[in-house]
Design a protein around this ligand. Structure first.
Ligand SMILES: Cc1ncc(COP(=O)(O)O)c(C=O)c1O
Length: 390
């Protein structure tokens, strides 16, 4: 019987052991034993054997987490990594070689930007940025050596949205790998593979964990591609710890419920901010004023848990706002049950030049709120009292 994704997120579980546990077991072990020397030898000679050898290669708890993400994203296979950045970097290292070119949205996470501009050139890999808000400009940037197109939608922190089906079509016609960082939406809100993505990346650290406890990453997609990625991860070592995989897999049981509530709270806060005299602009995918609202409602189930807004007073106002908050946490993570406020231009994106920041919509007064699961009255009240002190 084919269960719904909501059910699979809860019921998919490692085969029950002889102990008859109800909650999923945690295989906290570095390696696995063999029944005989012959079995041990064959584990190393026959790659096709479905056998656990060493937890850098595979581990049942990590496999459970990956299988769940594959099911939710509609992917054939997947690989887990120790962090989201390990997932991004391993994907680049597996599929890009010297002389290749990658087309990336300019509005990408700060560390991804650093890999593209600081590290990939060291290995002779070129990158070009495209403007997510001008998808019609993408095709002209494709070169004969373009191997990969990379983007986030919604983007961090500007919440730009791009039409995944449109980009998927360009990539298919040009034979380019289409890679989407789906961290902000999660598969409970958007499944990029349905729109033509070949690989989907997550920082599981965010909404997948959902409670700000562990780091993790995962890449899912086509089986042949994932096999290549698996070999890189297995040999170079950015593997996910079984303990973190156990935490993440348990968290996925509540992913759908949480994302619905994050989105409900976020929409409420976004609407409240629209009427605030200290705020010049509010951005939330499911607000009709969002420039790509029509695309958002087409490809997303809800607007997700992140709201961005612009304070009239610029950089100084951004820092004053954070200092005035009483309940909301001042920290750089996102996707937590606790509401978090951050100020990208003085923190996560401070290494970018002012021009680069402005090009991706990170203005000095931009504040990003990762809306949590607290009572919405308390969230709105804290934001409004902080704004009220201006
Ligand atoms: C969109 C996005 N991608 C990737 C990452 C990197 O993930 P991690 O911190 O787990 O390495 C982040 C982290 O904030 C992110 O927001």
């Amino acid at each position: 019987m084919a269960y719904s994704p909501e059910t699979q997120a809860i019921r998919l579980q490692t085969r029950r052991t002889a102990e008859m546990e109800h909650s999923t077991p945690l295989f906290l072990t570095s390696s696995f034993v063999y029944h005989s020397a012959e079995e041990m030898a064959s584990a190393f000679t026959d790659d096709s054997l479905d056998i656990n050898i060493y937890s850098r290669f595979s581990n049942p708890t990590v496999d459970e987490f990956v299988t769940k993400v594959c099911t939710l994203e509609g992917a054939e296979d997947g690989v887990a990594t120790g962090t989201g950045m390990a997932a991004v970097f391993s994907t680049f290292m597996t599929f890009l070689s010297q002389g290749d070119h990658i087309l990336s949205a300019s509005a990408v996470f700060g560390s991804t930007h650093t890999i593209l501009t600081k590290y990939l050139p060291k290995w002779g890999i070129e990158s070009t940025y495209f403007d997510m808000t001008r998808p019609e400009s993408i095709e002209a940037l494709v070169r004969p050596n373009t191997k990969m197109l990379y983007l986030e939608t919604p983007s961090n922190p500007g919440l730009d949205i791009i039409d995944l089906a449109l980009v998927g079509d360009i990539c298919r016609r040009h034979g380019i790998l289409f890679v989407v960082d789906n961290c902000f939406a999660t598969p409970a809100v958007q499944q990029p593979i349905r729109f033509g993505a070949d690989l989907v990346i997550h920082s599981a650290t965010k909404f997948m964990d959902g409670q700000g406890r562990v780091l993790g990453g995962v890449v899912v997609g086509r089986k042949d591609l994932i096999h290549e990625l698996y070999l890189l991860v297995r040999n170079t070592g950015p593997s996910l710890s079984p303990f973190n995989a156990w935490v993440l897999s348990k968290s996925l049981e509540t992913l759908f419920l949480r994302m619905d509530k994050h989105a409900e709270n976020a929409l409420h806060l976004a609407k409240a901010l629209e009427n605030n005299p200290h705020v010049s602009r509010v951005k939330y995918p499911f607000l009709p004023t969002h420039p790509q609202h029509d695309i958002a409602v087409r490809q997303m189930k809800n607007g997700g848990g992140i709201v961005a807004f612009e304070l009239k007073g610029g950089l100084e106002a951004g820092q004053r706002f954070l200092n005035a908050l009483q309940m909301i946490s001042m920290t750089n993570n996102l996707g937590d049950s606790r509401t978090i406020a951050s100020h990208p231009s003085s923190t996560t994106h401070s290494k970018l030049s002012e021009t680069d920041r402005l090009a991706v919509g990170i203005t000095p007064g931009l504040v990003r709120i990762s809306v949590g699961l607290e009572g919405i009255v308390d969230i709105v009240q804290d934001v409004e009292q902080a704004l009220g002190r201006f």
